[in-house]
Design a protein around this ligand. Structure first.
Ligand code: SF4
Length: 322
């Protein structure tokens, strides 16, 4: 039943998604109005898992950037996957192509390649392992090697360097998320001085100088868990604003303060309720996200390897294996 709290556009979207059996997945960085009409809201890996549990649906609508929708297409190959705005591309993912990885492999023969989940399907097809921000350290350590090639996020690479003894070679030294790279140590320390009883949490895509002065460094999933479970009342958050708004909504008895309120991902914000409605009404072919069949088995394999490292079951339904 549709809640009276929804606006007319949201009500129409909810009616259509039920009628047409569309699973709507929204990333943490989406605006709250989009999060409200989604079946699930989460980080890229949580949403990838949800896309693998899509029995009973006719299609998936993924409100996130393209590489995330590609993951849904990999894990749920029987369902068409749509994105509200096909121009929603992550610049971090775009800065590491398969050719650059092949060149690095030639330069460092035998060194395993670990790619961040924020990569294109083509880049993932060249990797030995995949990781999320929350699993990067465990994944690198699991390889039992002295050296890894890692990318594309150079700040996340610094985080791995700090927490392991493995030599980490950047696949792209210039690879940064422009949103998280905006945070700096001074703004962080200023906010800490202003709110001395707060817990300050930074995403590992922030520069290492910021990570060094944070009380905790973690993925958006870890932020949500920490804020929900902590006895603290005030939290300073260094990540994208959509996550800050979500944390406040989910924890109304706590005060969630952004370290920098201009940290907004323009690519994530390309999606709107109007564009979601357009997909639900028309299912335009240009909004469909596909991954070449040739890449799918390898990407599923490295995803399963990552989940084994984390002690979690494979995100892929058994019957979907071919
Ligand atoms: S917040 Fe950064 S990493 Fe995430 S989609 Fe936007 S640009 Fe890419």
């Amino acid at each position: 039943m549709v809640s009276q709290d929804f606006n007319e556009l949201q009500k129409r979207i909810l009616e259509l998604k039920h009628e047409k059996k569309v699973l709507i997945l929204a990333h943490n960085y989406q605006t709250i109005d989009i999060q409200e009409i989604a079946d699930f809201v989460g980080d890229s890996l949580q949403l990838a898992r949800k896309s693998a549990e899509s029995n009973g649906y006719n299609s998936i609508l993924f409100a996130g950037v393209r590489f995330m929708a590609e993951m849904a297409a990999v894990l749920s190959p029987k369902l068409p996957v749509y994105i509200p705005d096909p121009r929603a591309l992550c610049p971090l993912a775009a800065c590491l192509d398969a050719e650059r990885i092949r060149e690095k492999k030639k330069e460092y023969p035998g060194v395993p390649v670990v790619v961040y989940v924020n990569t294109t399907a083509e880049a993932k097809s060249e990797a030995d392992m995949i990781c999320t921000s929350g699993s990067a350290v465990e994944v690198v350590e699991s390889l039992g090697v002295d050296t890894v090639l890692f990318g594309p996020d150079a700040n996340l690479a610094d985080y791995v360097r700090k927490h392991t003894s493995v030599k980490v070679i950047d696949l792209n030294e210039e690879g940064h998320c422009y949103v998280h790279n905006k945070f700096d140590r001074e703004m962080f320390l200023d906010m800490k001085a202003k709110y001395p009883d707060s817990v300050a949490i930074a995403h590992p895509e922030c520069p290492i100088e910021v990570q060094d002065v944070a009380d905790m460094v973690g993925s958006t999933g870890m932020m949500a868990k920490t804020v929900a479970e902590s006895d603290a009342k005030v939290f300073l958050i260094a990540t994208e604003m959509g996550m800050v708004q979500q944390l406040q909504k989910q924890n109304p008895d706590k005060t969630i303060i952004p370290i920098y309120d201009a940290a907004v991902c323009r690519q994530m914000k390309k999606h709107t309720l109007e564009k979601i409605l357009n997909v639900l009404e028309n299912f335009p072919e240009e909004n469909r996200v596909t991954v070449p069949d040739i890449y799918i088995p390898h990407i599923r394999e490295i995803l399963e390897k990552m989940n084994k490292v984390r002690g979690q079951g494979p995100p892929v339904p058994v019957e979907a294996h071919s």
